[in-house]
Design a protein around this ligand. Structure first.
Ligand code: FMN
Length: 340
């Protein structure tokens, strides 16, 4: 499979050139592969004074929708023994407010801004793409077709036909690079990734949160106001790695890996498995500077593998030859079991 990386240049270090960290996901060029994930970094401004935003490989602000949304009733986050459960419900002020009040400040910080969009149906996605096309400071669009916390949040991300259609609709509405963010809550992630590629996506982001629930048995009540939410953090890293692996083996499209990343080892695991870049999510809440700390550690980790640039290691996982094929890699129908 062709390597989607085309890194540029390297930074001279005291002992010779350090490995280059620039990456490209198709035509989307990023200064480094460490991005911050939507919904876990606000709109950037909240991190002023804590994080050097210029150093981010990319900033993905909280998902925006056509109109303002108040989000779900509380509680909207619950800490569990092995991860964070959230049901925010896409609380945001809508696209017009984002473009007028939030985007200009974030874009002026210097990191590429990938705008995350969501809607109740394909028409919403297409109108958002049209609205953002040509707006200064937007480097790419990430289609959140994978939000488990709103009605219709995953309609377009769990059915290959709908996924291909919404991506194609957005593709036709904008010249911006288009990234489809997929949900792990499907039977066959490969079929969805293939549909996104066939619709014209430049890349896929894997993964959004895994559906979960927390209960107070004494009060006999669910802890989240919305009852069910999305689990994130280290608990879901193995699921995210599995999704990256399956898609990398079957679909020729750049992948952005996300799910439980907290350490440079986590970053390297995603890169060798097949992600061309990564996003850091829940870890931002515990350690706002985590992304720049990981960036500082990246050249050393690349050097440990003898790599000159990030692209040298992407998808270089040595797989056992006798491994059974992933069930989903063999799927060619593009239909999910539960849709039959
Ligand atoms: C509180 C919270 C809010 C989130 N909001 C969004 C969102 O608005 N849009 C989106 O695409 N993903 C959202 N996510 C999902 C993250 O971007 C990420 O895909 C997921 O948390 C897995 O990464 P992590 O384990 O590193 O957190 C949210 C996650 C959390 C924890």
């Amino acid at each position: 499979m062709a390597n989607p990386e085309h890194p540029s240049g390297s930074t001279p270090g005291p002992r010779g050139p350090a490995p280059g960290v620039a990456v490209a996901l198709g035509r989307l060029r990023l200064p480094n592969p460490i991005l911050v994930a939507s919904g876990t970094f606000g709109y950037g401004r909240e991190m002023t004074g804590l994080v050097d935003l210029r150093r981010l490989g990319g900033a993905i602000p909280k998902t925006i929708t056509p109109l303002p949304r108040p989000g779900n009733v509380p509680w909207r986050t619950v800490e569990t023994a092995a991860g964070l459960l959230n049901s925010i419900g896409l609380d945001n002020d809508g696209v017009d407010s984002f473009v007028a009040n939030l985007l200009p400040w974030l874009a002026a910080c210097g990191a590429p801004v990938i705008v995350s969009i969501a809607g109740a149906n394909e028409a919403d996605f297409v109108s958002l793409a049209r609205r953002l096309d040509g707006v200064a400071g937007v480097a790419a669009l990430e289609l959140n077709i994978s939000c488990p916390n709103v009605s219709h949040g995953v309609d377009l991300g769990t059915d290959p036909v709908a996924c291909r259609s919404v991506v194609a609709g957005v593709r036709a509405a904008t010249a911006l690079p288009v990234i489809a963010k997929l949900t792990p809550n499907v039977t066959d992630i490969v079929a969805i990734a293939r549909a996104a590629r066939d619709g014209g996506a430049d890349a896929v982001t894997l993964i959004n949160t895994c559906q979960g629930m927390a209960v107070d048995w004494r009060r006999r009540k669910p802890l989240l106001g919305n009852v069910i939410g999305g689990l994130s953090g280290p608990a879901i890293k193995p699921i995210a790695l599995r999704c990256v692996h399956q898609v990398r083996q079957a679909v020729d499209i750049p992948i952005i890996g996300v799910g439980g990343i907290m350490t440079i080892d986590d970053v390297m695991e995603f890169l060798v498995t097949g992600a061309s870049a990564v996003q850091v999510g829940t870890a931002n809440f515990a350690e706002p500077i985590v992304s720049t700390r990981l960036l500082d550690a990246l050249p050393g980790a690349l050097a440990d593998l003898g790599a000159n640039q990030v692209g040298d290691i992407v998808g270089t996982l040595a797989l056992p030859t006798a491994v059974a094929p992933c069930p989903s890699s063999a799927a060619t129908t593009g239909r999910l079991d539960h849709a039959r």
